[in-house]
Design a binder for this molecule. Structure first.
Ligand code: F6P
Length: 564
């Protein structure tokens, strides 16, 4: 490392960080992943044992990461030196880990069992959490028994969640992943999601759904997000114009066709949500960490309250593992450390999430917010600018589909990319018809074969096929792209809960090592303010002259196109 130590931040100057930097420079910089298996006398078996750990129905395999036992030892030292053990305790004990907003980050408390207790700022938060779950359960029961009726008396058949970011991505991802767990023998509710502020998703629902039997959930922690409120206004006008042209049913429409889930009861009341249809949560639940509570209403409506509780239980099992397992066996810690090694020492700044299971279609989008909104930071907890990289660019897609889209870049592009391959070990055992089950199980095997083949080729490059070295350059694969393989025993509410909690806790560990706050998101505020001012300018022309030339030209183009 060439930077003089006086110019380095305390983090980079720390003993453990410097030891890792030296280890990289002296021992690892030129090591190819394939060498790490070749060096192992037991032909890789020891390596796999050293880098594989299981907990909560998940099997985490880091053997295809470009690290050795020595690297892991030094990374664990970094974790100790940066206070990861203490950080975990502080997080789970409800201390004010969100320093810029001076509050705890208590999403893990949302999945504590009723018998637990957790005192935060002098008050046990568990009873209130379970009360809010009871409120949720009562509502779900009313829907599933066909008792929730619209303003004209017909039972509600469709629920549209209006929310964005954490008030959309988590519920959408989980509802979709567990869609095959939908309970039988109930009054089924179609659950839909509209997030885009341009109204295009909502417009489709307004075309296809019946106003008499449709209810909207306004999901917004702040209850001030313009995207959600503008969709809500359009939805309310649609209901009023269709069900109440004479304006007599306003209160009934508000009551029977809207539920609110928010941390701001006064704003819900102001909007017109009936107090008994307000689902509350707390400031200390971050938006992107909120699917575990009342923001999870669409999940519970789709898969039933029992499955929702199983999701919470799975996440809690992972939290317990996170709290009690030593660092060297701790799944979130190990996953985090692999990322730190790639990002801060191997200079790999791109991370792709590749689930090999169609039910996890929205998992990568969900993680994009979780990871990048949490750890896309460049200021320490003490407000100092930092001099090392934090969250990588993270994106993803269903692995099998991505194979036919962007894997070319992974295999032959110029970017180094870390990949997470995620798949269930078993599938389709519940299918009754033997022939269909046989076909689907064969498809599952094919999918796993593709998953394993891809991580192998990414690791070994051409060497995956011995004797194939005589190819022209355009047919050559360099390999050496590190990856993690994460296997779920099967995809159930419990293992999905554990999987999500694994990534949440991983994000926290990385933030602790980087000394950043993963629970705020000040970086999105300025954009919101400027958007409000820009809308005013586009409507009235006010402030137009003070804009930059590029933005003025864009607005003029719109005015011209719209004949203004
Ligand atoms: O703008 C970012 C953000 O605040 C996210 O953190 C959040 O998940 C999303 O907007 C939606 O916020 P709300 O739930 O308050 O509508």
């Amino acid at each position: 490392m060439s930077t003089p130590s006086s110019a380095r931040s305390a983090r980079r100057n720390s003993q453990a960080w410097q030891a890792l930097a030296r280890h990289h420079e002296e021992q690892m910089a030129d090591v190819h992943l394939k060498d790490l298996f070749a060096d192992d006398a037991a032909q890789g078996r020891d390596r796999v044992a050293m880098f594989t750990r299981s907990a909560a129905g998940l099997r985490l395999d880091l053997s295809k990461q470009r690290l050795t036992g020595k690297t892991l030892e030094l990374l664990l030292e970094l974790a100790r030196e940066t206070g990861v053990e203490q950080g975990i305790k502080r997080l789970l004990a409800g201390e004010h880990v969100n320093r810029s907003e001076d509050r705890p980050a208590l999403h893990a408390a949302l999945r504590l069992p009723r018998s637990a207790s957790l005192e935060v700022d002098g008050e046990d938060v568990v009873p209130a959490i379970h009360e809010s779950l009871e409120h949720l359960a009562e509502m779900v029961e009313t829907f599933h028994s066909g008792q929730w009726r619209g303003a004209t008396g017909k039972p509600i058949t469709d629920v549209v969640n209006l929310g964005v970011g954490g008030s959309d991505l988590g519920p959408l991802m989980v509802s979709s992943a567990l869609n095959d767990c939908r309970p039988k023998g109930i009054h089924e509710i179609g659950v839909h999601f509209a997030s885009t502020m341009d109204g295009s998703q909502l417009a489709d629902y307004l075309e296809s759904l019946s106003p008499e039997t449709t209810l909207f959930v306004l999901s917004s922690k702040s209850f001030s997000t313009i995207d959600t409120l503008s969709n809500a206004r359009t939805a309310r006008d649609w209901l009023r114009s269709r069900l109440d042209p004479e304006g007599r049913l306003e209160a009934l429409i508000n009551r029977q066709h809207f539920i609110g889930a928010s941390a701001k009861p006064e704003k819900m009341s102001e909007w017109g949500i009936a107090p008994e249809h307000q689902l509350l949560f707390w400031d200390w639940v971050g938006g992107r960490y909120s699917l575990w509570g009342t923001i999870g209403l669409p999940i519970a409506l789709n898969v039933g309250m029992d499955n929702f509780r199983r999701l919470l239980a799975g996440a809690h099992t992972l939290d317990e593992h996170f709290r009690t397992a030593p660092l060297e066996d701790n799944l979130p810690v190990l996953l985090a450390l692999a990322g730190i090694w790639n990002n801060n020492f191997l200079d790999i700044r791109a991370h792709s999430i590749l689930p090999y299971d169609g039910r996890l279609e929205y998992f990568a989008s969900y993680l994009e917010q979780l990871e990048m909104e949490s750890n896309g930071k460049s200021v320490t907890n003490d407000g100092e600018m930092i001099d090392y990289s934090t969250c990588p660019v993270l994106w993803g897609q269903l692995g099998p589909n991505a194979q036919h889209a962007f894997y070319q870049l992974l295999h032959q592009g110029t970017q180094a990319v870390e990949c997470d391959f995620i798949a269930p070990m078993c599938r389709y055992d519940h299918i009754e018809d033997a022939e269909t089950r046989g076909h689907l199980k064969a498809q599952h095997r094919l999918t796993l074969a593709n998953c394993f083949a891809q991580s192998r080729v990414l690791m070994l490059g051409d060497d995956a096929i011995p004797g194939d070295e005589e190819q022209p350059n355009h047919k050559r694969y360099r390999g050496n792209q590190p990856s993690t393989t994460l296997l779920l025993e099967t995809l159930t509410p419990e293992t999905l809960g554990a999987l999500i909690a694994l990534y949440e806790q991983k994000v926290f560990v990385q933030a602790t090592i980087w000394d950043i706050n993963p629970f705020d998101q000040w970086g999105v505020e300025l954009g919101k303010q400027i958007a409000t001012a820009t809308e005013a300018t586009m409507t009235s022309g006010e402030g137009f002259g003070s804009l930059d030339a590029s933005s003025r030209a864009l607005i003029e183009a719109i005015w011209t196109a719209q004949g203004q």
